[in-house]
Write a protein that binds this ligand. Structure first.
Ligand SMILES: N[C@@H](CCC(=O)N[C@@H](CS)C(=O)NCC(=O)O)C(=O)O
Length: 215
């Protein structure tokens, strides 16, 4: 039997990022297996044929193949309860992130594959969500009050990706509350841990544990 849950992950994937952030913040130790999306390990596909990351396989062999469910696992199995069960308000905003904002983000990023509209149009679609976040952040430090919550962690990796599509544009855009909120995560110790580069996993490798030990 495995001593630790196994997490199949891809460093730059925002879904895998939110899962790793939750595991790190709540102190859940896993064996991490970094992969590249073009060459997924057979072991992962055998456990989760849908082939998306993250995938967590717990020590009893149960397969968790949705990032929010990995976050839920972190909430219920962590020794440090930094993140707790999300409210319905959090779940509703996460739903908009995953089902509306993410679509605009993909079109903004890969606009050449979606010639119906221009890149600027897709950016504008995404900005409707950024403005909602900005509004909330005028009232409190985080999206759901003055404490960081599950919903912040579920959402910020996607805002990061949006910001990186055209960094010069984002830097010049007027989001006086959203920018420091995002920057707070990007400059945090847990994020540095989550974004540490590691080699891709291969069958037979010695386990690498995550969160990584601070040096
Ligand atoms: N609903 C899934 C979505 C995960 C997802 O789409 N991950 C992307 C990477 S960011 C993926 O694995 N795509 C499969 C591929 O590109 O082969 C979740 O929340 O975990």
């Amino acid at each position: 039997m495995q001593s630790h849950p196994i997490l199949y992950s891809f460093r730059r994937c925002p879904y895998a990022m939110r899962a790793r952030m939750a595991l790190a913040l709540n102190d859940v130790s896993v064996e991490i297996r970094e992969l590249i999306l073009k060459n997924k390990p057979a072991e992962m596909l055998a456990a989760s044929p849908k082939g998306t990351v993250p995938v967590l396989i717990d020590t009893s062999g149960q397969v968790i193949e949705e990032s929010l469910e990995v976050m839920d696992y972190a909430v219920t199995h962590g020794s440090n309860p930094t993140l707790t069960v999300p409210s319905s308000d959090e779940l509703a905003l996460i739903d908009s992130n995953d089902n509306v904002f993410k679509k605009a983000l993909d079109k903004y990023k890969y606009f050449d594959r979606f010639p119906e509209l221009t890149q600027a149009d897709y950016r504008q679609q995404g900005e409707a969500f950024l403005q909602q976040l900005e509004q909330r952040l005028t009232k409190s430090t985080y999206l759901f009050g003055d404490n960081m919550r599950y919903g912040d962690i579920a959402i910020f990796p996607f805002v990061r990706q949006f910001a990186h599509v055209d960094k010069a544009w984002f830097d010049s855009a007027h989001y006086p509350h959203l920018k420091p909120w995002l920057e707070g995560f990007l400059s945090s110790a847990p994020f540095a841990n989550v974004m540490k580069k590691i080699p891709c996993w291969q069958t037979g490798d010695a386990p690498t544990y995550f969160p990584f030990n601070e040096e």
